[in-house]
Design a protein around this ligand. Structure first.
Ligand code: ADP
Length: 407
């Protein structure tokens, strides 16, 4: 009997990184996690931590790519705990974009790989990296099921009135230009957790879920199904984010091209990497220094914070339309879980129109991820319950992968 029981390996490949974790899909206990960074560069390195280790271990893997990182995981890291290696019965891969092809976790085969390649135009940085990760992992772990879990899948239940753009139909039919959304795995997890905390089934509640990290999005979840979300064709749409502008009048693109002589590629770079909190605050794309600046009365940080919360509150308000009534609003992601100020400023804007009442004490206490499973942060009199719930995408991916294990 293996002391770890059955575990799942979860892999999340970015364009220059590989995150990995081995966890117990029953309770989410993490036995090993790690990160390989700067893939393909001379300074490529990998770091990892076994459960119970105080410090991370680190190793340089100069020029190492995704395949090298996974090979290192098997030969140099898991070789130290053969029993843990043997306990892995499934591997789940996080995939940013599944287009309108996938609405469920799917067992990888050659056709699935080809379909992930097909939607590369909608995720040009992520999907090629995911494919590298899948191919390398299938080689390193040949005898277990590999399962892909799509960030877009949860949003596939949106109706056309939410996902279509009001542009000529041929761009939808021929080029598949429509809203796909992102962070679906997180929206699904936090909506199910909120339902559980209310003692209800997901089908019985209407929720607005806010995933607020470096990338940020809001979803309207009606009876367990997504009916609208703030990200669009790509993650550029919607909220103000770390370096992304979010929703913007498309005419700004024409002006930048015509008057500032930017190319479309340059505008894409500006909107994705030089905008958002970074551009507004002039300080950082990271919310922490912006909160500090806001507290000290820095004008630009105040604008960044005000715009972030105003835009968020506007999106939340707009989702009362598809939901009719709202049972709960959930905050998650690095900002949603840690910034009591963002939650407070946002909820203040919703107080008068929707009768939302934040409990200041509970809000202040709801901080950090360590051992805190989240909970209610609203007053009993609030018309909708407010929650802070630490998201756990790895756990969803691990559980999804386990469903494909043949016993
Ligand atoms: P990613 O989208 O990269 O996964 P995270 O979900 O980790 O990002 O969120 C990162 C964001 O969370 C950053 O803007 C960071 O500043 C913010 N954050 C983390 N801790 C705090 C905190 N204590 N107060 C305010 N913001 C925080």
């Amino acid at each position: 009997m293996n002391k770890y029981g059955e575990t799942a390996l979860v892999i999340n490949c970015g364009s220059s990184s590989v995150k990995f974790a081995i966890l117990d899909p029953k309770d989410g206990r993490i036995y090993l996690n790690g990160l390989a960074e700067a893939m393909g560069l001379p300074e490529a390195r990998i770091s990892w931590k076994f459960e119970g280790d105080k410090e991370k271990q680190k190793m340089a893997i100069p020029g190492g790519d995704h395949a090298k990182a996974l090979d290192f995981l098997v030969k140099n890291i898991l070789s130290k705990d053969k029993e843990l290696l043997d306990s892995i019965v499934a591997c789940g891969h996080r995939i940013v974009q599944g287009g309108d092809i996938y609405s469920e976790p799917t067992l990888v085969n050659d056709e699935v790989e080809a379909n992930i390649a097909k939607v590369i135009p909608f995720a040009p940085l992520h999907n090629p990296a995911h494919l590298q990760g899948i191919r390398a992992a299938r080689k390193s772990f040949p005898n277990i099921p590999h399962v892909v879990v799509f960030d877009t899948a949860f949003h596939q239940t949106m109706p056309p009135k939410a996902y279509r753009y009001a542009i000529p139909e041929e761009y939808y039919t021929d080029l598949h230009l429509r809203k796909y959304g992102a962070h679906g795995t997180s929206h699904m997890y936090i909506s199910q957790e909120a339902a559980r905390m209310m003692g209800k089934k997901p089908e019985e509640v209407n929720l607005i879920t806010c995933h607020l990290g470096n990338g940020a999005s809001v979803s309207a979840v009606k009876g367990g199904k997504c009916v609208d979300t703030s990200m669009g064709l790509t993650p550029l749409d919607g909220l103000v984010m770390g370096t992304r502008c979010g929703s913007i009048d498309a005419s700004v693109v024409f002006f930048l091209c015509e008057r500032a002589h930017k190319t479309p590629k340059e505008v894409e770079e500006i909107f994705n990497h030089k905008s958002g909190l970074l551009a507004l605050s002039g300080v950082s794309s990271d919310m922490r220094p912006i909160c500090e600046g806001y507290d000290k009365g820095d004008e630009k940080c105040k604008l960044a914070m005000d715009m972030f919360c105003y835009r968020l509150a506007r999106f939340i308000a707009s989702y009362y339309v598809p939901l009719g009534h709202v049972d709960g609003i959930v905050f998650a992601g690095g900002i949603g879980e840690n910034s009591w100020e963002v939650r407070k400023l946002t909820c203040e804007l919703l107080k008068e129109p929707f009768g939302i009442e934040l409990d200041d004490d509970l809000n202040l206490k709801a901080l950090g991820r360590l051992g805190y499973e989240g909970g209610v942060i609203s007053k009993p009199s609030s018309k909708a319950k407010l929650f802070m719930i630490p998201t756990n995408e790895e756990l969803v991916i691990a559980r999804s992968a386990m469903k494909f294990v043949r016993r």
